[in-house]
Design a protein around this ligand. Structure first.
Ligand code: NAD
Length: 453
């Protein structure tokens, strides 16, 4: 069966109304949960083969994430799907107003390789919870995880409901020629633009979950010890291949030396060694070479070693970095942390606010004025004060970018709404019809209307 046929079968299946049934959605969400749990070993093995990700990291940042999503939707599906009654304005009396969340139809989810399970399955789960049929196209760069997902899903779900389509650029380009009711894309800003253009041809709505250079700022008002520990964890998790990883560090000059020492201490303590369980590999040679070129030997404060055969790059801290340096031009997406010091917090906020809006931003400070300025002045997708990355683990917070880092959001109820159309319905009674709005008009009627409105 070719993909065109599968998509048209999904559209036909959607029209049967079966996916609008809450029991149906719950049944398949339960089934997916069961399959993920049953195939946990297969999932660990595939990701280990792709880029050496440990069982610990795979469970905490991928599998538990996806299972939590399924549980959230199973638990909240009834209330999320329920029509919401809202108040009705005077002009529409006597009547009632309701918002009906309705599924969009056949949606396309395109995933990225760096958290291959989470970034493919989380949007897929939200799409199914909202009552859609879906084609999932995971990233071909993490080939084994792509296969594992297609094996688990395609062998157990009807293709007219959910189907995993394996493929790279060529296959995705073909896929984009088909008409979907929504495209949810996770990946780079560059490819995001290609997706957006293709979607425009069919006026298909899109959610674009993109990347960018996410800053972390540490001021002298921060708890330096805790900040160092949290930043090192967040930066080198997945070997820096995390969309919301702190990309670069801005540290107040007066505490720079002391802070760098603490960063060094935690890198050592976390034992990010070549054959250690704690540390993920770089995904492929292309990215490895790109990253190695960003390590300017004159700037190395810590690390800088690498091994191409093992696709290992040591956690690396670069100091005396300038805004003009290569490492400051594009998202790093690897285990290199450039550090720039500053003497004026306000000036630094001004500099950041002139850059492209990042997916995340982080401030470490216990000073309320600094926190306020950070929140007010910098536009970013989402972020934390006194932590990194963890905001995305709270389902009550929408997750998504702004400007160059994307559009739209998901997680929890936001994921459900992303894959729903909020249909407004005003329902009126047919008795009692004041003729004030109807012609022929008169000054008297206008005066009444002025009073009422
Ligand atoms: P990518 O843009 O190269 O690939 C993403 C997807 O697009 C893949 O499925 C790929 O097959 C497809 N693709 C690639 N080139 C294409 C083309 N020319 N035409 C059509 N489809 C194409 O991104 P990546 O390397 O997988 O991921 C890294 C980027 O994604 C980083 O910028 C990172 O910040 C971002 N990212 C964002 C999030 C988020 O949630 N906002 C999460 C993870 C990664």
């Amino acid at each position: 069966m070719d993909i065109q046929e599968i998509v048209s079968n999904q559209k036909a299946f959607f029209k049967t109304q079966k996916t609008k049934n809450i029991k149906f959605r719950k049944m398949y969400l339960e089934k997916l949960k069961e399959l993920i749990t049953k195939n946990e070993e297969l999932l660990y093995k595939a990701i280990e083969q792709d880029f050496g990700k440990s069982r610990f990291d795979t469970f905490t940042t991928e599998i538990s994430f996806v299972l939590k999503d399924i549980e959230y939707y199973i638990k909240n599906l009834k209330s999320l799907s329920k029509p919401k009654k809202v108040s009705t304005n005077l002009a529409n009396q006597i009547g009632r107003s309701l918002i009906y969340p309705e599924p969009l139809g056949c949606v396309l989810v395109i995933g990225a390789w760096n958290y291959p399970y989470q970034l493919s399955l989380s949007p897929l789960i939200a799409a199914l919870a909202a009552g859609n049929c879906s084609i999932l196209k995971p990233s071909e760069i993490a080939e084994n995880t792509m296969r594992a997902m297609s094996q688990i899903i395609n062998e157990n779900f009807p293709p007219e409901y959910i189907y995993v389509y394996e493929g790279g650029i060529e296959e995705t380009t073909d896929l984009l020629k088909l008409k979907f009711d929504k495209i949810f894309f996770t990946g780079s800003t560059k490819v995001g633009k290609i997706i957006y253009k293709a979607a425009a041809e069919n006026l298909t709505p899109v959610t674009l979950e993109l990347g960018g250079k996410s800053p972390v700022i540490v001021t002298k008002e921060a708890n330096l010890e805790v900040s160092a520990k949290r930043i090192i964890w967040g930066k080198f998790l997945n070997a820096g291949q995390t969309c919301v990883a702190p990309d670069y560090l801005l540290v107040e000059e007066s505490v720079q030396e002391q802070f760098l020492e603490m960063l060094r201490k935690y890198i050592k303590e976390f034992k990010y060694e070549p054959d250690s369980q704690q540390y993920t590999r770089i995904i492929n040679k292309k990215n490895f070479q790109r990253l190695v070129q960003l390590i300017n030997k004159d700037n190395i404060y810590f690390g800088g070693n690498y091994n191409e055969d093992k696709l290992y790059i040591e956690p690396t801290i670069l100091t005396n970095v300038n805004w003009q340096d290569d490492v400051m031009q594009e998202e790093i997406f690897g285990p290199i942390l450039p550090v720039i010091s500053f003497s004026s917090f306000n000036q630094t906020m001004n500099v950041i606010s002139e850059l492209e809006k990042p997916l995340a931003a982080y401030l470490f400070s216990n000073n309320s004025e600094e926190k306020e300025i950070f929140k007010q002045k910098i536009s970013f997708g989402g972020g934390c004060i006194n932590d990194v990355i963890m905001h995305l683990s709270n389902d009550n917070l929408p997750f998504g970018g702004v400007g160059n880092s994307g559009m739209g959001n998901y997680h929890g109820r936001y994921g459900f709404e992303t894959f729903s159309h909020l249909k407004s319905v005003l329902e009126k009674v047919t008795w009692g019809e004041p003729d004030i709005k109807y012609p022929p008009y008169s000054e008297k009627k206008l005066n009444w209307i002025k009073k009422l409105l």
